[in-house]
Design a protein around this ligand. Structure first.
Ligand SMILES: [Zn+2]
Length: 454
């Protein structure tokens, strides 16, 4: 095919040349200057002119090809270099993940030396310094990167966290605020701003940030957490309020809006109790119980009347709660209150009921120590000191006391109820009798599976 085309081309060109020579046989003079001139047949002149034109076109094409190949070569060189930097950076980041911060820092410094404007490298390098405790170096790197990249939210977020680590909450707040302003749709940045504000005791502003974050969270579990944070910050703002009237109003508003969130109820009741207003405290506890039986509220209610010298006043509520209860906690409280109220026979039958329940339900919950304590108090009330001592000793050497509280966020436990947890949770402590029972059920099921497998 190609050969035929070439043959046709040669024939055409040859034919054309022959044609030209046939019709232009006479000589013509081409003057190149004063004295030099070329004398050739006219057809030859035309052919030379055409040849020069074709040569120029070929030369231009060649030049373009050379320029393009040079360009491609430098581009691929740049790409190879970027690849190398990326590889070094990735190795550095991997070392960072693996916890080998020295190697990570070395690799990342190398990457940063080759590509000083790369944001990823700067972030990772700052991380490696941070992990090595070189906070000042980390800050320098981040600030230099910020000068180059402007208010990048990741950069600002790192700067804020670094400032927090250096106990400079003011700088942290500025950084988080700027980041959040650049990305107002990010709940994460708002959460960071909220945390820094709360750390500074600026609860009103923190609550405002928490509220905006709540509006942005979509996933149910995260929404739930955001709502808890918002409530907790409003509670803390209300407690920190110097004007006691305003403080009380806001606490009441919180109770009305979210009765299941206990800290405001407990705070108001504690204030009423401190003022000797047993009636208000009692009402607050009972209102809270209407929105779900809570161990801490029951305990506080029983304690309120016991310390006011009227332990019998809480009995009705304790009885109602313990009849429907699926956990032994309320019944234990009832037995204790019955002993305090001198209803010793009733207390004994509750204790017997507890002993029966814990053997029949086989939930694996060990409430024996607490039961022994109440039984010991009962024995004391009956004047049976020797029996009481025996029971108290047994309770003290028991493995676990069921009246502890567990944070539903982080699982920390505490003997005393606290409104806040070290993990940042507020009002997250729950009676761990319930949780222990769940665990017991799980443990029993696991054991059954193992036994079946055998
Ligand atoms: Zn916690």
């Amino acid at each position: 095919m190609r050969r035929i085309a070439i043959a046709i081309l040669v024939l055409l060109v040859g034919g054309g040349v022959a044609y030209l020579f046939h019709h232009n046989p006479h000589a013509a003079t081409l003057n190149l200057g004063e004295k030099s001139s070329i004398e050739l047949p006219m057809a030859a002149h035309i052919l030379i002119a055409l040849g020069i034109g074709a040569g120029l076109v070929l030369l231009a094409g060649l030049g373009r090809a050379v320029v393009q190949s040079l360009k491609g070569w430098s581009e691929s060189r740049r790409e190879r270099r970027a690849d190398r930097v990326r590889r070094i950076r990735e190795e550095g980041q991997n070392r960072l993940w693996a916890g080998d911060f020295l190697t990570a820092g070395r690799k990342l410094s190398r990457a940063a030396g080759k590509e000083p404007h790369d944001l990823e490298t700067a972030l990772a390098l700052a991380r490696s310094h941070e992990e090595l405790g070189e906070l000042e170096n980390a800050q320098h790197i981040l600030e230099a990167a910020r000068a180059k990249h402007g208010p990048d939210p990741r950069l600002l977020s790192r700067l804020g966290n670094l400032a927090l680590a250096r106990h400079n909450a003011g700088a942290a707040i500025d950084a988080f605020r700027e980041a959040s302003a650049a990305h107002p749709e990010s709940p994460r940045l708002l959460a960071e701003l909220m945390g820094a504000l709360a750390a500074e005791g600026r609860f009103h502003e923190a609550a405002a940030a928490a509220r905006r974050r709540l509006a942005l969270e979509r996933q149910p579990a995260r929404r739930e957490r955001a709502k808890e944070d918002w409530l907790a910050l409003r509670f803390r703002a209300a407690v920190a309020e110097k004007d006691t009237r305003k403080s009380k109003e806001e606490l009441r508003r919180l109770v009305g809006e979210e009765p299941a969130f206990l800290p405001p109820t407990l705070e108001l009741a504690a204030r009423a109790r401190a003022e000797g207003d047993v009636k208000s405290a009692d009402r607050l506890y009972r209102d809270a119980l209407r929105h779900g039986a809570s161990g801490i509220v029951l305990e506080r209610l029983a304690g309120l009347h016991a310390s006011a010298g009227e332990p019998a006043r809480a009995l009705g509520t304790l009885r109602d709660t313990s009849t429907g209860a699926t956990t032994p906690g309320p019944r234990l409280l009832l037995a204790r209150a019955l002993v305090a109220a001198d209803h010793l026979d009733a207390a004994e039958s509750e204790l017997a009921e507890l002993a029966r329940e814990s053997t029949t339900r086989a939930t694996g919950v060990d409430i024996a120590p607490e039961r022994d304590l109440v039984a010991g108090e009962l024995a004391l009330a009956r004047g049976n000191d020797r029996e009481a001592a025996k029971l108290f000793l047994r309770a003290a050497t028991g493995r676990r006391t069921p009246f502890s509280f567990t944070c539903r966020h982080c699982g920390r436990t505490t003997r005393e109820w606290k409104e806040s947890c070290e993990c940042g949770g507020y009002g997250t402590y729950e009676w761990s009798v319930d949780r222990a029972e769940e665990e017991g059920v799980q443990r029993t099921k696991a054991l059954q599976v193992v036994n079946v497998a055998r």
